[in-house]
Design a protein around this ligand. Structure first.
Ligand SMILES: Nc1ncnc2c1ncn2[C@@H]1O[C@H](COP(=O)(O)OP(=O)(O)OP(=O)(O)O)[C@@H](O)[C@H]1O
Ligand SMILES: [Mg+2]
Length: 314
């Protein structure tokens, strides 16, 4: 096991940020950590990486107890914090040099490694520029570079794509996929469902300091979805259609609206063919079946949307 957290409790005065939280990270996996604002994701990362001590419970990294862990263990992890941690006036290269030296890399090896990291994050062209002149996405990429300069075995990214341009976001997602392919274990925090669906092999959903669901994206969507929806659009309004569709096994609701009919069935009904049979007397213009998403699973489990703020949505 790369990391485990067992029954972790972390309190800030009267507020319990982590409430008996459990987590395991297996070698080579890309684990997604999802949760609404204040769920405790960043606190969990801070406890896991030894930046803050828990009030109760045990954290182990690479088999060793984390409390007071030796530097040797901390060197095997790389953390990209939610808030940028860069020297704004040093060049991108010097930021990487600085972090490389912190990890004990020197001389020709440091130069080679800095060049590699600049390349993999698409920053070679701007290596001499200081981050104060960078876009948000470039700063974020450099922040990631500083966390991987020492080739960590476990890379932890806390919301690495918030508020950046689509090109940088894509670059970061490609980069994470590349790290996974090379065998790096990754813990990835995000509130963008499609990112988690794309890069993570397993997902933990957190709410109010606890892990409330754990599984692959497929397992979570299947487990949390109770209904499926099909929308039919016909050329002319067809009142009889709704009546016959209602009789199909598994159908729970039929909602006609002009030329469209929205049909809701129990999950797993597999009745699309029978619904379409009812529609054969009519001219069908379109059929749309909505596949349940991780967002639906999240909503079903927590009763909340991932983010309430409109501004950050895609
Ligand atoms: N240093 C602190 N002092 C007091 N309360 C804190 C501190 N750090 C976190 N909290 C509280 O603990 C809870 C969990 O916060 P945390 O930052 O871990 O959530 P998060 O899931 O990372 O949220 P976000 O998605 O906004 O980053 C919140 O209610 C937060 O206000
Ligand atoms: Mg956070």
């Amino acid at each position: 096991m790369v990391a485990t957290m067992e029954n972790i409790v972390k309190r800030f005065k009267a507020h319990t940020a982590l409430d008996h939280m459990n987590l395991t990270i297996q070698p080579g996996e890309t684990l997604g950590l999802l949760g609404p604002n204040g769920a405790g994701k960043t606190t969990a990362i801070r406890v896991l990486t030894g930046l803050t001590n828990a009030d109760a419970g045990e954290t182990r990294l690479f088999g060793s107890e984390m409390r007071g862990a030796a530097l040797a263990i901390k060197r095997r992890i790389g953390v990209v914090p939610q808030d940028l941690a860069l020297y704004e006036t040093l060049s991108a290269r010097d930021n990487l040099n600085y972090f490389g030296r912190l990890y004990g890399i020197r001389g020709a090896e440091l130069k080679r490694r800095v060049d590699e990291v600049l390349e993999v994050l698409g920053l070679t062209e701007v290596a001499k520029k200081a981050p104060k002149k960078f876009s948000g996405g470039m700063k974020r990429r450099l922040n990631i570079g500083c966390a991987i300069i020492h080739k960590p075995e476990l890379l932890i990214l806390d919301e690495p794509t918030v508020g950046i341009d689509p090109q940088s976001r894509n670059h970061i997602l490609d980069f994470v996929e590349g790290m996974t392919k090379q065998g790096t274990t990754v813990l990835y925090t995000s509130h963008y469902m499609e990112e988690v669906e794309r890069v993570c092999s397993r997902v933990l959903i957190m709410d109010a300091g606890r892990v409330i669901a754990n599984g692959t994206v497929e397992e979570l969507t299947k487990a949390a979805i109770f209904e499926e929806t099909v929308t039919l659009e016909v050329r002319e309004a067809a009142p009889g259609l709704s009546e016959s569709v209602k009789k199909v096994q598994g159908v729970q609701r039929c909602e006609p609206d002009g030329r469209t009919l929205t049909v809701t069935s129990a999950a797993g009904s597999q009745n699309l063919a029978r619904i379409l049979e009812c529609a054969t007397p009519y001219i069908i213009l379109s059929v749309a079946a909505k596949r349940p998403t991780l967002e639906d699973a999240f909503l079903a489990l927590t009763g909340k949307k991932l983010r309430d703020t409109g501004g950050e949505g895609q």
